[in-house]
Design a binder for this molecule. Structure first.
Ligand SMILES: *Cc1c(COP(=O)(O)O)cnc(C)c1O
Length: 402
């Protein structure tokens, strides 16, 4: 594993992945951000204030819950759920949004800028902007705005301005371009808040740091509960932030096996998936190098997943590196399998999971029967499923996946 010093000195390289591939106007603000973050993160006052808000605003620590009925149903190993779904706003995204917003405030910025696809990251950003009394501008593709009315209304309730992007396919990629352009023109007073462990340096390192609280807590909780380390860790991988947050504090524990779960959509051979590691190749996307699903010209391919937070054609650079070193194995789960687990977990445990998280639970359910009962699996339940209920109801009424 690269040490932190090497990571920072190498401009954010994890092996051959990561880096910073951005147009000149973004180079200076990102360099300044890197220096500012490295200085602030070492300050006790910063860490103390972050810990305070994590506790009182987010509601941390999130429980590590023994899913007894699910484990019985699977037979074999015991399954524990790290309940990130119980955080304020319903997922792990708030951990990172809060950290970056506190950083923005410390740097004297007045406005948060972000883009959003399905709206989850936009809502988390609007929430922390309101909390720290910062202005908030969210860029969203006009097409996505139509599909995600409720999240648009949520962001507006929280005081954010949602700007429809009418260029290109009017979806996430176009929103990224518009948000970056606005940021480049206003970085003296604005902060660009990125939602996953992706993008140009320093974002993958910074986002991982803010999300590592998941693994730090889980490590303490499982030792206290069972007297030892878990046999397995499992988390879903979109950009990779909830996964690296759980995994990172365990990377040196060689006896812990780690599995990242990618979205196989309609199947890995269908061309309707978003399994960037399983089916992609190294390339550059959105300012960094990683495994990516790309065409012969290196352009990102269209991707699909039933889970809106997983349909991204790239993956974090640290995951790309950990795949090559073999420390983490990456598997995949289809839409169909995730949807089945969405129903199963709701009925068995009284927990409606996010469709993203259902991918991780589904993998654990395949794994558990082959293991003895004294082995423990920790699954990151990255979010709650309330956001997905209307969509799942629509699938049912249309007879899809029935
Ligand atoms: C956004 C999201 C994800 C995927 O993002 P990562 O950066 O891969 O964690 C997973 N689960 C939920 C609930 C999300 O909202």
């Amino acid at each position: 594993m690269a040490t932190r010093k090497e990571e920072m000195a190498g401009e954010g390289y994890f092996g051959n992945y990561g880096g910073r591939f951005v147009p000149p106007p973004l180079e200076k603000p990102l360099q300044e951000l890197t220096t500012a973050y490295e200085n602030l993160r070492g300050e006790t006052t910063f860490q103390r204030e972050l810990a305070h808000h994590m506790k009182h605003f987010v509601g941390r620590p999130s429980p590590l819950y023994f899913a007894e009925k699910l484990s019985e149903y699977a037979g074999g190993a015991r399954i524990f759920l790290k309940r990130e779904d119980l955080n304020h706003t319903g997922s792990h995204k708030i951990n990172n949004a809060l950290g970056q917003a506190l950083l923005a405030r410390e740097l004297g910025k007045k406005r948060l800028i972000a883009e959003t696809g399905a709206g989850q990251h936009g809502v988390a950003t609007a929430t922390v902007a309101s909390f720290f009394d910062l202005e908030c501008t969210i860029f969203m593709g006009a097409e996505d705005i139509q599909r995600q009315e409720m999240n648009v209304f949520r962001m507006e309730l929280l005081g954010a301005e949602v700007i429809p992007v009418e260029t290109g396919t009017r979806t996430l990629k176009d929103a990224v371009d518009a948000a970056l352009e606005t940021y480049a023109g206003d970085y003296d007073r604005s902060f660009y808040l990125l939602g996953s462990a992706v993008g140009p340096h320093p974002y993958p390192t910074m986002v991982r740091d803010f999300q590592s609280i998941i693994g730090q807590e889980a490590r303490e909780q499982i030792i206290k509960r069972t007297g030892g380390l878990p046999a397995y860790l499992v988390a879903c991988v979109g950009g990779g932030s909830n996964a690296i947050g759980l995994f990172h504090p365990f990377l040196e524990d060689r006896e812990v096996e780690i599995i990242g779960v990618e979205p196989a959509g309609s199947g890995l051979d269908s061309n309707r998936h978003a399994a960037s590691i399983s089916r992609g190749s190294p390339g550059i996307i959105h300012g960094f190098k990683c495994y990516t699903l790309q065409d012969e010209q290196g352009e990102p391919l269209p991707v699909h997943s039933i889970a809106p937070g997983l349909d991204y054609p790239g993956v974090g650079p640290e995951h790309s590196y950990l795949k090559d070193t073999g420390r983490i194995s990456y598997e995949s789960i289809t839409d169909r399998e995730a949807l089945d687990i969405f129903h199963l977990l709701s009925k068995k445990e009284g927990i409606i999971p996010a469709l993203e998280s259902a991918h991780a639970v589904a993998l654990a359910l395949k794994l558990a029967p082959g293991l003895p009962p004294e082995k423990n699996i920790i699954v990151n339940l990255s979010g709650r499923g309330d956001k997905d209920v209307a969509q799942v109801a629509r699938y049912q009424s249309q007879g899809l996946f029935s």
